[in-house]
Write a protein that binds this ligand. Structure first.
Ligand code: FEO
Length: 397
């Protein structure tokens, strides 16, 4: 994809990545991802963020459609993770007089990651930079997503270049703007990005949202995913809600099952949730990548977990999910539990202990059964589903 104008003189010059399988070598990218880079052409020329290293040439070609890269005055780094800074070394060679601007901490990362010496100038929180008829203001927003992160605001056009914040997975299909794209396809990928990449930093996200509240914003141009010109408040609202971890009034049931006994119970619990009147999503932990499990757990207030006992503890895919939820500090969940065992228990007890550590609210009955569940035990499963649905509805009334 080549350059696209946001407003006169401001261009998207980023790239779509449809070939990387795993973002950060961890998170699957079934719909790809975009690395958004923005060019501002005024009396001075500034580039805001770059792209991942292997796409550097494509970025340069996009810039060349507008201006000779040698004419760049500023390389602004909102964020130094290499999916945005990977083209810095090449641009430094093509535009040797350009100054690299970022927070003090970004300077350390420029040296650490690329061994680039000289040419870096730290900017302060609230500092203004005149480009000619336009000016930029820099706002430090640490830990959204790394400690050095900042956002850049183009005052006259009221465009906020927000870095990772308000971004998401998903390559940009043809257009780049929210009013050109099918957002129902992008929003689940924005949530998966938020929960897995930014989720650990919900307090910094809240601080950034509060800090930027006073700004008049007509367009949000993040470093990944759609550019929000029609409804910038929509993506801010999503990030605000997700970072408060309230959850929607619904339930995700995540289960694992080796030979079908726990699955049998999962079906009954699911029926109970529907009978209790809550929307439900059922996911098999063995066949669903952890990142999708976490995203759905982040979406809904209600969470039901079911697993067999394995090696005297929690079935491995469920244990991995719980570890990730713990790592990402998911909070405020209302939880139901069920589990099976062959000769001695273990899974339910261990899951309970993780839930206590997480401070999640446990809803009774907890259903534990030996081997294949009996009719009475399946009735308990039904009651569990119903109780959880009712609790979730009440929690969000
Ligand atoms: Fe998209 Fe934290 O980098």
């Amino acid at each position: 994809m080549s350059a696209i104008e946001l407003v006169k003189g401001v261009f998207w010059v980023g790239v779509n990545d449809r070939t990387t399988e795993l973002f950060e070598s961890v998170w699957p990218l079934p719909q790809g991802v975009s690395y958004n880079s923005y060019l501002i052409v005024d009396e001075k020329v500034a580039l805001i963020d770059t792209v991942k290293g292997p796409f550097a040439l494509e970025l340069v070609e996009n810039i060349e459609e507008i201006i000779e890269p040698a004419k760049l005055d500023y390389l602004i780094v909102n964020h130094m993770e290499p999916d945005h800074s990977g083209a810095l070394p090449l641009l430094r060679r093509l535009a040797p007089r350009a100054r690299i601007l970022g927070t003090e901490k970004a300077g350390g990362l420029v040296r650490a990651l690329y061994h680039l010496e000289g040419g870096f100038e730290p900017v302060r929180d609230g500092q203004r930079l005149s480009l000619g008829r336009w000016s930029l203001i820099f706002y430090e927003t640490p830990f959204v997503h790394w400690p050095e992160t900042m956002m850049t605001y183009l005052t006259e056009e009221k465009i906020l270049f927000s870095g990772d914040a308000f971004g998401g997975f998903g390559a940009l299909d043809g257009g780049i703007f929210d009013d050109q794209l099918d957002l129902s396809r992008y929003e689940p990928e924005i949530l998966r990005y938020f929960s897995n990449i930014v989720g650990m930093y919900t307090n910094p996200v809240q601080r950034a949202i509060q800090k930027l509240k006073a700004l008049e914003i007509e367009m949000i141009a993040p470093a990944h995913g759609p550019v929000w010109r029609k409804e910038p408040e929509r993506v801010v609202g999503l990030y605000d809600r997700w970072s408060r971890m309230e959850g929607e009034p619904g339930v995700v049931l995540i289960y694992g099952s080796m030979y079908g006994e726990t699955e049998l119970m999962a079906e009954q619990v699911a029926r109970g949730v529907i009978a209790g009147g809550a929307p439900l999503r059922v996911l098999d932990a063995s066949r669903t990548h952890l990142s999708f499990l976490l995203a759905e757990a982040w979406r809904y207030r209600g969470l039901i977990l079911g697993a067999p006992t394995y090696d005297g503890g929690i079935f491995i895919p469920m244990e991995q999910f719980l570890r990730l939820a713990q790592r990402k500090r998911l909070q405020r969940r209302v939880v139901g539990l069920f589990g099976s065992f062959g000769w001695s228990g273990g899974a339910v007890k261990a899951m309970k202990s993780v839930i206590e550590e997480l401070g999640w609210e446990l809803v009774e009955p907890v259903v534990e059964f030996n081997g294949r569940p009996t009719r009475e035990e399946l009735e308990q499963g039904l009651a569990l589903g119903r109780a959880l649905a009712e609790r979730v509805r009440k929690a969000l009334e």
